[in-house]
Design a protein around this ligand. Structure first.
Ligand code: FAD
Length: 525
């Protein structure tokens, strides 16, 4: 048996991020000298920035004998499902769809993944056209294509949904497919947009190698419904595909899917979501405020998480930071021409000069026109604001923006700051884009955040509109036990688009759960 000593230490960043210095410090903390340990296994790393100077907290296991062989395992094996007699159609190759496919394979079911967008490589060209020529391809953009909305994202893998599945299992699967093992150690792990496409491609290769199918440029346009039983789907080219079950993992931006369900009489519901703007600061300002040192040295680009309760016309609503991207870029996340939507991403090194974050406020059911639009009320509100943002900024992918200090004083910005948003910005009073209520709530939030982070709510920052795709404005209901739609057998609503996940890891976990539920319903012979 291997002998291990578990230790926890607080080290200065210069020691914690230097491999040799860290090794010596960990051994010294365990009362050992260099050479007296067989192996040091770093288990957790987090930054403690509460004191005067930030420190790095490390947890490690020190082995004086060889460590167990499965220390980094177990690695996952995929049996061949080429000749499986059961198959599942998975609509959407985002994290939910891809992890559903891998889990289906483990359970002996053949997955057939249908994705409207292109493979990760070809998708890049459409992103370039979006950034440089302002062309939005409704099937291939920052939300649609292989890997889903998660591919060209920040790749933050932190989730609060720890009760909904095995987070470590998802992280290990990502490492097995090429993600850095650091994600198993860091308290707030992230992969980075430069590395995510390779991981996504490796996930697809695993599905295909086991005999599963992945089809790109294959948009699902209709359902094969018989007596409230979903037998299969019809693609945009008219191909009818049938299987034993259908996992619908189309993400929060597949508006045509919500419209289709509504039209075909499949029950869907309006759901609360959040909407606001993206705020961009110099990363240096955030580093100095959070770390309280002149430069951040070896520390990663600093982030923040902010929340404030606001009140407007007797309605209390939270305003909070969402998907903060230190050292990142603001990207155009529209999925159709005629709308402007922004989101954020960052490379693995998080080394851009900018820090950006969504600052959004909750949109509850009572904030929507349910009478007029029913289940699609949240979606219509989203659309209306995104289209207004586009019109006010000149009907391209230029985004409306205002310096934050000016927004707080309701003053037009005569000039804007440099930005990481490639298509470019236009000075627009954001009240016009958001409407009075939303703007007022955000103002209250920003004022509060300015008290928490020095320099935050000033003209050193600017806000860019609109951050509207935070989560799905529609829920596709499902039974708690069987995960099937309550009225349509064979339909497994899955992931963020169905309203059961928010983020890469929780969507992946939900994909796995849906594959297990499909297995329970159809078996695998
Ligand atoms: C720019 C950006 C940055 C983000 N950053 C992070 C982050 O750092 N961390 C994090 O956890 N989350 C992040 N997110 C959110 C995260 O990407 C999503 O929560 C996650 O991808 C949801 O997974 P999903 O599989 O449920 O849906 P999606 O990833 O949206 O995948 C749905 C897939 O279905 C396909 N599809 C849609 N309609 C059809 C159809 N009719 N037929 C066939 N296919 C269809 C789409 O093309 C898409 O590929 C970010 C999102 C964006 C846009």
């Amino acid at each position: 048996m291997s002998v291990k000593q578990e230790i926890e230490v607080l080290l200065p960043p210069e020691v914690a991020y230097d491999e040799l210095a860290r090794y010596s410090a960990l051994l010294a903390a365990a009362g050992l000298r260099p050479g007296e340990a067989d192996f040091v296994h770093l288990r957790k790393r987090s930054i403690d920035a509460r004191g005067r100077a930030p420190q790095v907290r490390l947890r490690a296991d020190i082995y004086q004998t060889p460590p167990p062989r499965d220390l980094f395992g177990p690695w996952f094996q995929y049996p061949s499902v080429e000749r499986a007699t059961r198959s599942v159609l998975i609509v959407g190759a985002g994290p939910a769809g891809l992890f559903a496919a891998l889990r289906a394979i483990e359970l002996g079911i053949k997955p057939i993944v249908l994705e409207r967008g292109k493979d990760v490589r070809t998708r890049r060209r459409d992103l370039a056209a979006l950034n440089k020529e302002h062309l939005v391809n409704p099937d291939s953009n920052y939300c649609f294509g292989e890997g889903g909305a998660g591919t060209y994202s920040d790749g933050k893998l932190y989730t609060r949904s720890t009760k909904r599945g095995d987070v470590q299992r998802i992280l290990r699967l990502l490492v097995q497919h090429g993600a850095t093992p650091d994600i198993l150690v860091d308290a707030h792990p992230h992969i980075g947009t430069n590395k995510l496409p390779y991981v996504v491609q490796a996930l697809r290769d695993s599905v295909r190698a086991a005999g599963g199918e992945v089809h790109f440029d294959t948009r699902v346009d209709d359902l094969i419904l018989e007596n409230n039983h979903l037998r299969g789907v019809v693609t945009a080219t008219g191909a009818a595909l049938e299987a034993d079950a259908v996992i619908l993992a189309t993400g929060h931006s597949a508006r045509d899917i919500y419209e289709l369900l509504h039209r075909r009489g499949v029950l869907i519901e309006a759901k609360p979501f959040a909407l606001g703007v993206r705020v961009e600061h110099p990363q240096e300002l955030i580093d100095q405020a959070q770390y309280r040192r002149r430069d951040r040295g070896p520390l990663p680009a600093a982030s923040y998480a902010l929340v404030h309760q606001t009140q407007w016309q007797n309605r209390q609503r939270g305003v909070f930071s969402f998907c903060m991207c230190p050292g990142g870029f603001i990207v155009p996340a529209a999925t159709a021409p005629g709308e402007v939507v922004v989101n954020g991403m960052s490379p693995s090194r998080r080394d851009s000069r900018f820090a950006n974050s969504g600052i959004v406020t909750a949109i509850e059911l009572e904030d929507m026109d349910l009478r007029r639009h029913g289940a699609l009320a949240g979606l219509r509100l989203q659309q209306e604001i995104e289209q207004r943002a586009c019109q006010l900024a000149g009907n391209t992918q230029l985004a409306p923006a205002q310096r934050l200090g000016d927004f707080l004083k309701a003053k037009i910005s005569p000039e804007l700051l440099e930005t990481s948003y490639q298509p470019g910005l236009v000075s627009v009073p954001m009240d016009k884009v958001l409407g009075a209520g939303l703007a007022e709530r955000l103002r209250q939030g920003f004022r509060n955040f300015g008290q928490k982070i020095p320099g935050y709510a000033t003209n050193a920052a600017q806000i860019v509109g609109v951050e509207s795709r935070t989560s799905s404005p529609v829920r596709i209901p499902r039974d708690r036990e069987t995960l099937q739609h309550p009225e349509v057998r064979g339909l497994f609503p899955c992931g963020e688009g169905a309203g059961y996940a928010g983020g890469i890891v929780s969507a992946a976990m939900d994909g796995e759960r849906c594959a297990e539920a499909a297995f329970a319903a159809i078996g695998a012979k």
